[in-house]
Design a protein. Structure first.
Ligand code: SF4
Length: 340
């Protein structure tokens, strides 16, 4: 079985049936997390909206992405989106940073229609200082961005899942729909229109060893640093209904070590230029997320978060544990698993 057919098979299996109206009126999740705007520590209000989800996830999807399970299986109506927004606003307590995700692209009209987008952004205008949304690059145009810019008094930030600047890794291992050049061009458009641009970089896509994935992220930080205002390193965590999970169940994939996150932050800090460099590992310390031996995970995660918030990376130097030697010895020898 080729990776492509695994990807299309899992994409088919994870797609939800069209949702009833009741499910479409409720967002997926909402929480508050620690963040920073410049040197200031702030709270961030995070909202995951329920939409039809990413069109690319229907066709093939990225090897590590299982967000399709949080989608509707159809487009949400403007009324359903308005109710999700209103339920979220009822929980909003004036957090300075707001992050809105849709398990896809906020700027894709099939997920969120233009007027619903504008209304959501306007609802936070004058209340939040910065509002982030995520999108695929092809939707980041003057037509989609300019109305939002006009509707929001603070800073808007467009997040792009660049993952890597290596075209081969992005196409063959991550299975993204577009090459890195399209993400970089989208970041240029975003910034030219007065928005901030943020990139997510993926640590350890399938078929790369731990060592190769470290080098891939460090190089990507350097190559993307002049095109983005912020770079966020996302270690792969194993989501349901993905190629990565398919490999994991067959003993062909281990999530990255937290030591690898530490190394890419330390080496990336010297190559990031003026861009912020952060990492907040999802499921960190758990078997399906980036983890070490279990003894040191909480301590290492706390140091990673502190470095990300403060942008001071010296504290990572003092970390140690017996498992660091295991990681150092094993990182280049790890079995590659199935052929890419
Ligand atoms: S990672 Fe992004 S582009 Fe890839 S399938 Fe998931 S939502 Fe779509």
């Amino acid at each position: 079985m080729t990776p492509g057919s695994v990807a299309r098979s899992v994409a088919h299996d994870r797609r939800p049936d069209p949702a009833a109206p009741d499910a479409a009126r409720r967002y997926v999740n909402q929480w508050v997390e620690a963040e920073a705007i410049g040197d200031e520590r702030v709270s961030a209000f995070v909202l995951i909206m329920k939409t039809r989800g990413c069109y690319w996830a229907d066709e093939k999807g990225c090897s590590m992405c299982g967000y399709a399970k949080d989608t509707l299986g159809r487009s949400a109506t403007p009324e359903e989106l308005a109710e999700q927004t209103s339920r979220a606003l009822a929980r909003y307590r004036g957090e300075p940073y707001v992050k809105v995700y849709t398990s896809g692209s906020f700027l894709d009209d099939r997920e969120v229609d233009p007027e619903s987008r504008r209304a959501l952004v306007a609802a936070f205008s004058g209340r939040a200082r910065r509002l982030l949304f995520e999108t695929l690059p092809e939707f980041a145009t003057a037509d989609t961005l300019s109305p939002l810019r006009a509707a929001f008094a603070g800073e808007l930030e467009a997040a792009l899942g660049l993952e890597t600047t290596d075209p081969t890794v992005l196409a063959r291992y991550v299975h993204k729909n577009a090459p890195p050049s399209e993400y970089l061009a989208a970041a240029d458009r975003v910034r030219a229109l007065g928005l901030r641009a943020k990139a997510y970089l993926l640590l350890k896509p399938p078929y790369l060893t731990e060592q190769e994935s470290i080098e891939d992220v460090v190089r990507s930080v350097e190559e993307a640093s002049t095109r983005f205002d912020a770079l966020s390193v996302n270690p792969v965590h194993i989501q349901n209904g993905t190629v990565v999970e398919w490999l994991y169940h067959r003993g062909r994939y281990r999530p990255p070590w937290l030591w690898s996150v530490v190394e890419v932050l330390q080496r990336g800090a010297e190559r990031r230029g003026s861009a912020r460099l952060v990492s907040f590992p999802t499921a960190g310390g758990l078997a399906r997320g980036a983890h070490n031996c279990g003894e040191c995970d909480a301590r290492v995660l706390a140091a990673i978060e502190e470095a990300s918030l403060s942008q001071k990376f010296d504290g990572l130097r003092d970390l140690d544990c017996e498992c660091r030697t295991t990681w150092a010895h094993g990182r280049a020898l790890e079995p590659l698993g199935v052929e890419a």
